[in-house]
Design a protein around this ligand. Structure first.
Ligand SMILES: Cc1cc2nc3c(=O)[nH]c(=O)nc-3n(C[C@H](O)[C@H](O)[C@H](O)COP(=O)(O)OP(=O)(O)OC[C@H]3O[C@@H](n4cnc5c(N)ncnc54)[C@H](O)[C@@H]3O)c2cc1C
Length: 476
């Protein structure tokens, strides 16, 4: 049945052909800049825009061949935009990016109609859906209660033990779906502090398209990985295969897994405090398996989301008929999703097809016309999906964001409440840029945050508390 809970929307998924927003690399890498930004994802783009708004010289170095990082829209495979990474923008009242969609000449997708719960081959009865929602609220309250304790525990330890037939479904919603990790690997405090993510809208042309538009005019050197950052005293420089850039401040926005892998060398080494923080914020696993299903064999409406009453971790979330197209995505995450994606695209498509056949019957197999699957764990410049603190690891977010002289870390992992989101990454990039500008004397320490952020009143307000039914599809 269709859910009617207030503000429920989707929350994951994507659509298809790498509309590689590749642009020619900057003609020649500059030898110096006021600020060097490492990474052209949401955080890096936001940081660069902020530095440019203060009339300071910035250069972004990006290891990959496209702009957007984990916001990557492909348009060729399915003839419709396929967001291979992030798709949803949450919290329309406070999310500055949503307001930028129209400003960039793009469109917002209409709000999805609702969610379905499947019990085997049939839709759930009203009472079953109510039962799941009640159990989900209980699970969230238990996690919030545990988060108020003296010692941070895992979400698994906090979960009520009497969730009965909804146990595996709730474990999926609050773990792999919400954060890309199983509940035993997730800090109760981190999940409890996550800002309410109910209400989501999508950019019809894709979030990768939006990021490319927002990066317009920023000097970005693509296919130019930072390999070493020398940051002793006043002498800070970024080394790349194309040359060295001297800077007054450097903002590093790469994912925690890229940091943990030691892909960028630091001289001197980053203090253990920060290294430990990054290691406690490792990325979870979350992937989209995209299927083009001819003739709407599932009988679902535009952008409907569906979960099942599952009995184990081999489960997923369906986003159907994305933006009215025949493109559907089956999302997998956590340790099950990680193992599956390691088996390759064919195994992922096979799982997604079999899962839909189990829920809707064998007609689904014949309806699959095209398929694709993401494998974010294997993407060399990201190595996972979104950061999620291990038990006891929540304070690491603040630690990672602490400036180290002229060196600043940003990115979704550094946001205490909006971690794992695009708007969290964006906000972190703006904050790091403001701190860097203050460091180089381009912004007085008491100067308020200037444009392009807007509206100011909403941006500094307290984050809305986590919804009691957080985790329900649409509230990632
Ligand atoms: C499948 C999936 C679904 C998701 N769904 C949603 C969603 O619906 N809504 C939502 O809000 N969020 C979602 N997220 C999370 C969201 O995508 C991220 O939180 C956000 O995009 C992270 O932005 P970032 O700038 O912090 O990092 P990134 O996007 O990872 O940007 C970092 C950049 O640094 C570059 N880089 C790495 N190493 C180097 C180097 N050595 N030198 C130079 N550059 C380097 C990378 O190539 C990358 O472009 C999803 C993520 C995934 C994977």
């Amino acid at each position: 049945m269709t859910m009617t809970r207030r503000n429920l929307l989707l929350a994951s998924a994507g659509s298809a052909a790498l509309a590689m927003f590749a642009r020619p690399a900057v003609a020649a890498l500059p030898r110096d800049a006021d600020v060097v930004v490492i990474g052209a994802g949401a955080a890096g783009i936001a940081a660069a825009r902020r530095v440019m708004a203060a009339n300071r010289k910035v250069i972004v170095v990006e290891a990959g061949s496209a702009i957007g990082g984990r916001c990557l829209t492909e348009t060729s495979t399915f003839g419709a935009p396929f967001d291979r990474g992030a798709h949803w923008l949450h919290a329309p009242d406070t999310n500055a990016l949503i307001k930028m969609v129209r400003g960039a000449g793009l469109d917002l997708s209409p709000t999805p109609p609702g969610q379905r719960l499947r019990v085997g081959r049939r839709n759930a009865r009203a009472g079953e859906t109510e039962d799941l929602l009640t159990s989900l609220v209980r699970a969230n309250r238990a996690i919030d209660d545990a988060a108020r304790g003296k010692v941070d525990v895992s979400c698994a330890a906090a979960l009520p033990k009497d969730l009965g037939p909804w146990t595996a479904t709730i474990e999926f919603l609050l773990g792999p779906y919400a954060a890309g990790k199983d509940l035993r690997d997730l800090s109760a405090l981190d999940l409890s502090r996550a800002q309410d993510r109910n209400s989501a809208v999508a950019c019809r042309q894709g979030l990768g398209t939006l990021m490319a538009k927002l990066a317009d005019g920023i000097p970005i050197a693509l296919s130019t990985p930072a390999t070493r950052i020398a940051w002793s005293g006043r002498d800070i420089g970024v080394e790349t295969p194309a040359g060295r850039i001297a800077a007054r401040a450097v903002i590093v926005t790469v994912s925690t897994n890229v940091l943990n892998a030691g892909a960028i060398k630091f001289a001197p080494e980053v203090p253990k405090r920060q290294l430990d923080a990054a290691s406690r914020l490792g990325l979870g696993s979350y992937d989209h398996i995209a299927l083009q299903l001819a003739g709407n064999p599932l009988g679902l409406s535009r952008e409907e989301m569906l979960i099942e009453q599952s009995s184990d971790a081999r489960t997923a979330l369906l986003a159907a008929n994305i933006d009215g197209s025949s493109l559907c995505t089956v999302d997998v995450g956590g340790s099950f999703g990680r193992d599956l994606s390691a088996q390759g695209e064919a195994a992922m498509v096979e799982f997604a097809t079999e899962w839909l056949v189990k829920l809707f019957g064998s007609d689904v197999s014949a309806a699959v016309k095209k398929s694709a699957a993401t494998q974010w764990n294997a993407a060399p410049f990201v190595q996972g999906a979104m950061s999620a603190a291990s038990p006891g690891g929540q304070p690491a977010r603040r630690v990672l964001a602490e400036p180290l002289g002229p060196l600043f870390f940003a990115g979704e992992a550094t946001h205490e409440t909006l971690w794992g989101t695009v708007d969290g990454a964006w906000d972190s990039g703006e904050r790091a840029a403001e701190a860097a500008l203050k460091r180089i004397g381009a912004l007085k320490s008491d100067e308020p945050a200037p444009p392009p952020r807007q509206p100011k009143k909403q941006q500094r307000q307290r984050p809305p508390p986590r919804d009691a039914s957080a985790g329900w599809p649409g509230s990632r």
